[in-house]
Design a protein around this ligand. Structure first.
Ligand code: G4P
Length: 526
């Protein structure tokens, strides 16, 4: 095996998908704890607070009590190098989350046992399904009373359309929660309430018929045996291929806050979750063990650290390796750049990397030339596909308080658009500047950042636009006529693509009927 193949085999790059409050942050913290990336649990939140305190625009997050940033954390566990890509929890930032999901090899779904399958989880699952991303499931908060577990599994199967294969099974729930039984090993791991901040191993009892089980669990031992029989009949046996194909999810139970069931989850994760796999580019399929570096940008983030007033482009390495100082081709603009100072995010600390392998994320300093979806190579003209832009559902006109700041406004709006936070549109018929977003909060963030980072006082006001569609037409004559007739509804987006801004859905469907040769697209793939 070459070093490249060895490094690939070790990599596990994933994201956590869940509905807010299911326990994603808590679980992240515990995973980092096992990974040795942090000393004590609690640091994730502490670190969040520190970030808030040092960054101006994140003060907004603090005011609103939400987390809108996402970061990358790398840690080692059980011989694997794990990259965890955090995703913003707030639904207004879902585009960011969707794009992050294009950069992972698998996902971990967290479900609150008392809530079952929730709306955000359903949406995120749909996105995972686009690429058949393998999904592991953690059912959380077993220390509280929840739904009947068989029903929860049923709900996952019915609503999310994925088979469940319970790997562990909990002993009791709420106050009667005693531990988990591992169906693979036949071992019972007993819960001890002091699991708290430190990693303490509870007692492990081998074998379901072990009398020690009856001794510590009393009547719950027989309950467990009976339940396991039921589970055997009512659920699917674990099938690695079905998991890797995205058809089946192995299920684990536990309590993130008590650090229980998390180790079993992490052990199985490094054992089963896939290393980087081949990926489609427009020109061809690229396998990770090709020696030449390739990667794509899935996210751009501003001012993570006010000491570095720059923007970082997050690049997912897809093949080959990054070596410090190497020259990379920025395919879209056709330029080669020397990358001396890419960074990684080991438990969120900025460090300069010497090398990075497929599955890793590197951060490139971006001075305005890098956009989401850009591909970097060692020279080949290659373009990774499938990173979506979604038609915004909300629109606002930006009104400048001081007209002399127009240039700064444009600069700010363009940069916000490059980060994928908001999209900008310039109608053909006038000099308006329209912002589009998928959530209201994004407008607030935009106005806040324009003020704090670009010194632009701007207000956003409602505008009568209901939805947007990107226009495609292969016949230039039809396109010309279309542009003439629909002039008042047309605009250019940040990349100068033609967009139809419809004042109503009726208007849109009439236009679609009238112009059968014109395609009205709700997503634009980068
Ligand atoms: P999120 O990132 O998915 O939004 O969820 P987060 O981890 O912030 O957890 C949401 C709430 O659920 C938190 O409580 C957290 O302490 C709690 N929680 C997480 N895991 C468990 C668990 O295993 N059992 C129980 N009983 N609760 C759990 P909070 O009151 O909103 O916040 P905090 O004051 O505890 O930080």
């Amino acid at each position: 095996m070459t070093e490249l193949q060895e490094q690939i085999a070790k990599r596990r790059t994933f994201a956590i998908i869940s509905h807010p409050d299911a326990g994603k942050t808590t679980l992240t913290e515990k995973l980092l704890l096992f990974g040795g990336a942090i000393q004590l649990a609690g640091t994730v939140k502490g670190r969040k607070a520190a970030r808030h305190a040092t960054s101006d625009w994140m003060a907004l997050e603090k005011e609103r009590g939400i987390s809108v940033t996402s970061s990358v954390m790398q840690f080692e566990y059980g011989g694997a190098v794990v990259n965890l890509l955090d995703t913003p929890g707030h639904e207004d930032f879902s585009e960011d989350t969707y794009r992050t999901l294009t950069a992972v090899d698998s996902a971990l779904m967290v479900i609150d046992v008392a809530k079952g399958v929730e709306e955000r989880t359903i949406k995120l699952m749909e996105v995972c399904r686009l690429r058949d991303t393998p999904i592991l499931t953690f059912i959380n908060k077993l220390d509280r009373e929840g739904h009947d577990l068989i029903e929860v599994l049923d709900e996952i199967e019915q609503i999310l359309k994925i088979q469940c294969a319970p790997i562990t099974w909990p002993i009791g729930m709420g106050r009667r929660f005693k531990g988990v039984y591992d169906r693979r090993t036949g071992c019972t791991h007993l819960f001890s309430a002091q699991h708290g901040g430190r990693v303490i191993e509870g007692e492990v009892i081998k074998g379901l018929d072990n009398p020690r089980l009856d001794e510590v669990l009393g009547e719950q031992a027989d309950e467990l045996r009976a339940e396991l029989e039921l589970v055997e009949g009512a659920s699917h046996a674990f099938d690695l291929d079905a998991y890797l194909a995205g058809r089946q999810t192995p299920v684990f139970f536990g309590s993130a806050i008590n650090n229980f069931g998390v180790r079993e989850l992490l052990d199985a994760f490094v054992q089963y979750a896939p290393p980087p796999r081949p990926r489609m580019a427009r020109q061809r399929r690229v396998t990770p063990d090709e020696p030449a570096f390739t990667g794509f940008v899935f996210k751009i983030q501003a001012n993570m650290d006010p000491a570095h007033r720059d923007r970082i482009a997050f690049v997912r390495v897809c093949s080959g390796s990054y070596q410090k100082g190497m020259r990379l081709r920025h395919v879209r603009i056709g330029k080669t750049i020397q990358v001396a100072n890419a960074i990684t995010f080991q438990a969120d600390e900025r460090r300069h990397v010497e090398e990075a392998w497929p599955g890793d994320i590197i951060g490139l300093h971006n001075h305005g030339t890098i956009q989401i979806g850009d591909t970097f190579t060692e020279g080949e003209d290659l373009k990774y596909e499938g990173i979506p832009y979604f038609a915004p559902e909300l629109f606002r006109r930006i009104v400048l308080k001081n007209p002399l700041r127009m240039k700064a406004l444009h600069k700010g709006v363009i940069q916000l658009a490059e980060e994928g936070a908001t999209q900008s549109f310039r109608p053909l018929k006038n000099n308006d500047l329209i912002l589009g977003a998928v959530g209201m909060l994004q407008f607030e963030v935009a106005a806040y950042r324009l003020r704090s980072e670009y010194g632009v006082e701007a207000a956003v006001e409602p505008v009568s636009i209901k939805t947007a569609r990107w226009i495609q037409c292969t016949d230039p004559r039809v396109l010309e006529r279309f542009k003439e007739k629909c002039f008042e509804y047309l605009a250019l987006d940040g990349d100068d693509h033609l967009v139809y801004l419809a004042p109503s859905l009726v208007n849109l469907s009439l236009a679609e009927e009238r112009w059968p040769e014109v395609r009205f697209l709700a997503t634009r793939e980068l």
